[in-house]
Design a protein around this ligand. Structure first.
Ligand SMILES: Cc1cc2nc3c(=O)[nH]c(=O)nc-3n(C[C@H](O)[C@H](O)[C@H](O)COP(=O)(O)O)c2cc1C
Length: 319
């Protein structure tokens, strides 16, 4: 099959590929811009960013994107959710992808700002609700994804149900680690795929070298599920801190700025994500998809080369 373009509302991406947003400062303007310049869609992980910082990252992405499509991802769980949405719309972001919880209000802001809203869901019921409220596309995310998870079911099981439930473009996410899997999803009727884990091993990814090294050394058994204080499970690679979470011995937060709408305060997930992004992975959580260990060759390279390799793998698989 020929690779289709990905149409989301008024936008058309040349490639049916979205680089998944990664908080906290893992996917910033540099990565989103580099991916967008290839004809795929680049996404800034906006959760945890201050408004001015977000504006700066959008400008960086735009500068590098060569006219390509740049969006933001924002977690509903973030207390600043609506403020970030408004700031991104003011900056004329191309699209907003929202996950980790479900907002009804966001669709009104999207409509007023003429900005497509894409909902990340893990059930057909929520996909149908998103369509009714005005979503422009659906990302269906399975348990294979990195970060906070809304399901314990495989994307391959949920996808057909979601596809049946809506007439919007449906994008598959979670564990799609190479072009062959991308081709499989497209053949199953996906309008595109969202891939995040694969892009961590790029020059432009804003994670510290030790974070990327953990991606390079992780084995299948190193990838585990933790309970996040947000109230959802999260998929991560084992670190000393993750071992403490698994043993229920993670330290209580030293302070709190109440950055999440809901938090159990068992430990500070945001501080743990900041620590790992900055390189202190022993005191951090390294979020990753289930199939990090399947990334081909696991060397760090330009994001544009990663996209090229994904396309080559897809072609070899018949797409
Ligand atoms: C390090 C990391 C951080 C992530 N952060 C977010 C986030 O802030 N918001 C979100 O909706 N999804 C987040 N995700 C999920 C991805 O955007 C993506 O949908 C998912 O990981 C796709 O599966 P894959 O990583 O196997 O390709 C994150 C994933 C990773 C690996």
């Amino acid at each position: 099959m020929k690779l289709p373009e990905l149409k989301i509302d008024k936008l058309t991406a040349k490639l049916p590929l979205i680089q998944g947003g990664m908080a906290v400062r893992i996917s910033t303007g540099a990565l989103a811009g580099a991916v967008a310049s290839t004809g795929a869609i680049g996404i800034i992980g906006a959760s945890g960013m201050a408004f001015d910082e977000l504006r700066k990252e959008i400008a960086i992405a735009r500068e590098r994107a060569a006219g390509g499509i740049v969006g933001i991802n924002i977690m509903f769980a973030a207390r600043d959710f609506i403020g970030i949405v408004q700031a991104a719309i003011q900056e004329k972001i191309d699209l907003i992808i929202t996950g980790a919880g479900f907002s009804r209000d966001i669709f009104k802001y999207g409509k007023d700002g003429d900005t497509p809203i894409v909902s990340i869901v893990s059930t057909a019921r929520l996909a149908a609700t998103a369509e009714k409220l005005g979503a422009s596309a659906i990302v269906v995310e399975g348990k294979e994804a990195g970060g906070h998870l809304g399901t314990d079911q495989s994307v391959w099981d949920i996808f057909p149900e979601v596809k049946k439930a809506v007439s919007l473009p449906v994008i598959a996410a979670g564990g799609i680690i190479n072009g062959a899997e991308m081709c499989r999803a497209l053949k199953a009727g996906a309008a595109g795929v969202q891939m995040a884990t694969r892009f961590v091993l790029s020059d432009e990814c804003n994670a510290a070298p030790s974070f990327k090294q953990r991606y390079q050394t992780a084995t299948k058994d190193d990838v585990v599920l933790i309970q996040s204080p947000v109230g959802m499970p999260g998929r991560a690679i084992k670190t000393a801190f993750v071992e403490k979470i698994l043993a229920d011995q993670a330290p209580k937060p030293a302070g709190c700025d109440f950055c999440l709408k809901k938090c159990s305060f068992k430990y500070c997930i945001i501080q743990a994500l900041i620590n790992s992004q900055k390189g202190d992975i022993d005191h951090g959580v390294v979020f990753s998809g289930e199939y990090v260990w399947k990334i081909p060759d696991r060397s760090i390279k330009p994001a544009a080369r990663i996209v090229k390799e994904i396309l080559q793998e897809a072609a070899e698989a018949g797409c």
